[in-house]
Write a protein that binds this ligand. Structure first.
Ligand SMILES: [Mn+2]
Length: 327
């Protein structure tokens, strides 16, 4: 057995108290992986697991089995010392925001991730930069442990896979992706049901909000660059929650000439949260310049500047990366 997978098993066996963290602004991978690992530990190791989110928990994923098990990290006593803390899909420790203290305070810290930019902040790091999602890594782990995967767990892993491959269409979609999808469908997952639950249950106001943002997008340099700005007042006009922006940047990238698309969102603190996507260009160097991270064609950062200033800085940086004129 892979040594890291064996060590993970030993650490779980030895632990009395376990907490699993998802990253801030959670997506289908971090939430699906969290539930999948929690359920497997509870079923086969007979231990109680605290599954936590930090910040805001989007209702979009409420179709996931056992979704109600998620606790806000703020409801957990800060002084509580867990035997084991596990972060799933958390590219860097600052993505745990207020949860980082409880994570650090644990006797042993595990980091399971697939972001190439992950610096290995755990005591045990299982990082597979080529895995399409953390769900893929978990499936390998459960298989190596020789454990049967119940349908609920298969559904969570399927959501990890579905969302992190953008519905089996991003560059991380490989033969392994489809093989895993096939295995999960054999375990009882319905692709139609999961797709509809994930992508076709938006509130009407979310559809209208997204249309408004897309309409007001600016295109630069012959349409190679698309920048959408989302202010707090746009958010309040549509009663938007944080998850309302999900998927907008992919719509911008769908324009024929667009090479790099960005959405810039004003945060409550007055900073600017950026989601960046590209078609063929490696955008990691761009987000690294702003203290961010992520994947080759999908990355992000938070620029600690007001949105108008962040917008200009990022636009200049993107233009220079593409060798475009700053017009
Ligand atoms: Mn992921």
């Amino acid at each position: 057995m892979d040594n890291l997978f064996l060590e993970l098993k030993n650490k779980i066996e030895q632990a009395e108290s376990i907490i699993i963290f998802s990253h801030v602004s959670p997506d289908g991978d971090t939430l699906g992986s969290n539930i999948a690992l929690s359920l497997m530990i509870e079923k086969y190791f007979n231990k109680k697991v605290d599954s936590v989110y930090v910040g805001f928990l989007p209702s979009l994923y409420s179709y996931l089995p056992e979704y109600n098990r998620f606790k806000d990290v703020q409801t957990i006593d800060e002084k509580k010392k867990y035997d084991l803390a596990i972060a799933v899909d958390v590219a860097s420790k600052d993505r745990l925001i207020s949860g980082a203290f409880i994570y650090d305070n644990a006797n042993f810290k595990i980091n399971i991730d697939h972001h190439k930019t992950n610096n290995g902040y755990g005591d045990l790091n299982i990082i597979e930069g080529n895995a399409a999602c953390v769900g893929v890594i978990l499936y390998k782990i459960f298989t190596e442990w020789n454990l049967e995967i119940p349908k609920d767990v298969a559904r969570c892993i399927y959501t990890s896979l579905l969302t992190d491959t953008g519905g089996f269409k991003y560059e991380n979609t490989t033969p392994e992706t489809f093989m895993l999808a096939a295995d999960l469908v054999k375990l009882g997952v319905s692709p139609t049901y999961e797709f509809r639950s994930c992508y076709e249950t938006k509130p009407q106001s979310m559809v209208q909000f997204q249309a408004y943002i897309v309409t007001n997008t600016c295109f630069y340099n012959n349409g190679q660059i698309a920048f959408a700005k989302i202010t707090r007042s746009d958010m309040s006009k549509f009663n938007a929650t944080d998850d309302f922006t999900e998927g907008i940047v992919e719509v911008l990238r769908s324009s024929k000439n667009v090479e790099i698309a960005a959405i810039l969102k004003e945060t409550k603190e007055g900073y600017t949260k950026v989601s960046l996507r590209s078609k063929t260009k490696d955008i990691i160097p761009i987000v690294i310049d702003f203290g961010g991270g992520g994947h080759t064609f999908a990355a992000g950062c938070t620029i600690k500047k007001p949105i108008a200033i962040a917008y200009d800085k990022l636009l200049k940086r993107v233009q220079s990366e593409l060798g475009c004129e700053n017009t």
